[in-house]
Write a protein that binds this ligand. Structure first.
Ligand code: PMV
Length: 342
């Protein structure tokens, strides 16, 4: 049996899924604390996940990272190291850690691997360090890795409250509706062939928007009421109310990006063809049966109801340059797989 105490290695494994934002987080009011200007709203996705094991090793001074079975160095390792320093500080630990992280989906596919990645790291690292954070505390911790990771701690429909305090204590995620709340809702994720890699990290890019986009202030004024109306539409399972708001929000986010200096243009002609196809399908029906949205990347998520999904999937798959259309459902929040072992 292993001995208790600091001389024994401690490990834990935690898994979390990506989320797609319906109301985007784009801009920090406090960069050091990772505090957002506005509250955001997302859906955690089922069937795709990051699973991460963290092992603090007695006598080891450095951290190591294995990503999808390959040793990682450079910026990914640096980001993990900075995050672990925060956990070590809270737990009064000194040991270096071995981190192994695995995505069951392509890492560069645009399926928000930073959200699931840092949510999984937060869960595994804090448990391995002997901390016992509540899910709310875990969501506060995860935002230091990536803002969107704050929301991946919870399943279903999740709000990240911006908060107003300067110390950030009131900035955390909370689940609004469970994953089973709206069984008819599906997310058709259009993965593009040859999607370009992000040139600038989101955390930097969004601060460019705060500083230079003439649309930033107007967006801040519009978001609170848009978010409230979206929450009501989700509560009522009212696609006719929700879908136009999802596209309005996405268009607003894109306008802020495009008017940033230098301009942030995340879409490719293929992404724009997907948006056009959704608009055409809605026009033909004379009703909003689908809504597009995208993050800081070229892939596009198309929300619709189950009854329309096969028809839309056929139309979206026919677009040249669309590699795959995956049908995803709202899913569960982060959870411990194993540990903490001592
Ligand atoms: O979590 P970050 O720092 O990669 O920023 C996420 C930004 C968006 O994905 C564009 C919006 C969001 O709320 O997820």
């Amino acid at each position: 049996m292993a001995k208790r105490g600091r001389s024994v290695e401690r490990s834990a494994t935690y898994t979390a899924s990506p989320n797609i934002a319906l109301v985007k987080y784009w801009g920090m009011r406090d960069v050091a604390l990772g505090l957002p200007w506005n509250s955001s709203l997302s859906v955690t996705l089922a069937g795709i996940a990051t699973t991460t094991t963290v092992r603090f090793v007695p006598g080891q001074t450095l951290d190591t990272l294995v990503l999808n079975h390959r040793p990682a160095t450079g910026p990914p390792l640096e980001a993990v190291r900075r995050f672990l320093d925060r956990v070590r500080g809270a737990a009064e630990l000194r040991e270096g850690a071995d981190v192994a992280s695995f995505n069951n989906f392509p890492t560069a596919s645009g399926l928000a691997s930073s959200a699931s990645g840092f949510a999984a790291l937060a869960g595994a690292a804090s448990a391995a360090a002997g901390l016992r954070p509540s899910p709310r505390d875990l969501s506060r911790l995860a935002r230091f890795g990536s803002g969107s990771a704050t929301r991946s701690i919870f399943g279903g429909f999740v709000e990240w409250r911006a908060g107003v305090r300067v110390d950030g204590k009131d900035s955390y995620a909370r689940p609004l509706f469970a994953e089973e709340h709206w069984p008819e809702l599906v997310d058709l994720v259009c993965l593009l062939r040859n999607a370009p890699e992000k040139a600038v990290r989101s955390a930097e890019a969004m601060q460019g928007s705060v500083a230079t986009s003439p649309r930033f202030a107007a967006r801040q004024a519009a978001v609170p009421s848009r978010l409230r109306r979206m929450v009501r539409a989700i509560r009522d399972r009212d696609a006719g109310a929700l879908f136009p708001l999802v596209m309005e929000e996405c268009d607003d986010f894109r306008a802020v990006c495009e008017t940033t200096i230098p301009s942030l243009d995340y879409l490719t002609p293929v992404s724009r063809a997907v948006l056009a196809e959704v608009r055409a399908a809605n026009d033909e029906r004379g009703a909003t049966i689908a809504a597009y949205t995208h993050d800081a990347g070229a892939h596009v998520h198309v929300f619709t109801l189950r009854e329309h999904a096969p028809m839309l999937q056929r139309r979206l798959r026919r677009i040249a340059g669309v590699d795959q259309v995956r049908s995803l459902r709202p899913g569960s929040g982060g959870h411990m797989v194993r540990g903490p072992a001592r």
